[in-house]
Ligand binder design. Structure first.
Ligand code: XIL
Length: 315
């Protein structure tokens, strides 16, 4: 029993991965590794709005239910991802089709229906995803335009009503460094909590690229959030590089994974550290970042890289 699950045991921080449902169904070594290495699972796509309600009023919970069932069998907690986002919404959900009042009602219904469907079966929800711009202002999205800045508080209140037992997170990327965006993220979490909005945690997605350098101040950054009494989660960690990989890049990658995990373990209340896929075989990186890849803990044959050993040893 030498996997990551074993290494994380007793630390108070769960080790997690995003799960690709097609791989889980078709690739037995992949499914075995999910079960062996991880305490929590996040559906990479199947809980997103476009996946659960492709046609208005007709839900398809099938793939997400499958994930929840597998997690239960494996003794794993589920991180629900994600309820309110500007991306991967259904094609029918447009501002041309609905008034602002209707969009508000649709968002409310979406949150009640989805959180309600999984009530008692989802440990933590990423309620609002990627709400901030790099300059710290709120991102101009369908939700900001229709509901105004109060959409964040509304979303958390609705989710909490639908499942008072689930931990509710706000989640964002490029939040590992201290920056105007991260200062705004911190201020937003602080202000929501001061208003009594049920935000129990904040997520650091943790998508790094070694060509941009590593966030040397990540511990200082998470410490200030931790001092607010909120839970920290690293939610989507991967560390990409410009291909081809070489031993220097792979070493820098291991440092990136380790740096973020160390920050997580050194604050009081970092509940989980989730990687956005654990094998290059199914990583989203090459499809989105041209010329980049090798971003995960294992290569395409599931051979662990130095980053895997670093994660295990850091725990
Ligand atoms: C990505 C998935 O990995 C891809 O399969 C999909 O095509 C696009 O979305 N931030 C997030 C995740 O919060 O939901 C994104 O997941 C990656 C960036």
């Amino acid at each position: 029993d030498t996997g990551l699950r074993a290494a994380a045991r007793g630390t108070g921080t769960k080790i997690g991965t995003a799960v690709d449902m097609a791989a889980l169904a078709d690739d037995a070594p992949y499914a075995a590794a999910v079960a062996r290495e991880f305490d929590t699972v996040t559906p990479e796509n199947v809980m997103k709005w476009e996946a659960v309600e492709p046609t208005q009023g007709t839900y398809d919970w099938g793939p997400a239910d499958d994930l929840v069932r597998v997690a239960r069998r494996n003794g794993q907690a589920v991180r629900g991802h994600t309820l309110v986002w500007h991306s991967q919404n259904p094609a029918w959900l447009t501002e041309a089709n609905f008034t602002k009042e209707q969009l508000r009602a649709l968002l409310r219904k979406h949150i009640f229906d989805e959180v309600g469907h999984f009530k008692g079966r989802v440990w933590a929800w990423d309620v609002v995803n990627e709400a901030l711009n790099e300059d710290g202002t709120l991102r101009d999205t369908i939700w900001l335009r229709a509901l105004g800045p109060g959409y964040l508080a509304d979303a958390f209140r609705w989710a909490h009503q639908a499942d008072p037992g689930a931990l509710l997170f706000i989640n964002d990327y490029n939040a590992e460094w201290i920056s105007p965006k991260t200062d705004a993220y911190y201020a937003l979490v602080k202000s929501l909590r001061a208003q009594g909005v049920p935000v129990q945690g904040y997520g650091m997605q943790g998508h790094l690229g070694i060509q941009y350098g590593l966030p040397g101040d990540v511990l200082e950054n998470v410490r200030r959030f931790d001092a607010l009494g909120v839970k920290t989660a690293f939610t989507e960690v991967d560390v990409r590089m410009i291909l081809p990989a070489d031993s220097t890049k792979v070493q820098a990658q291991a440092e990136g994974f380790g740096l973020m995990l160390r920050a997580c373990l050194l604050v009081r209340n970092c509940v989980s550290y989730t990687v956005w896929g654990f094998t290059d075989k199914y990583s989203w990186v090459p499809g989105v970042f041209t010329g980049e890849g090798s971003a995960t803990l294992m290569d395409e044959q599931f051979t662990p890289k130095p980053a895997y050993d670093t994660v295990r040893e850091t725990f």
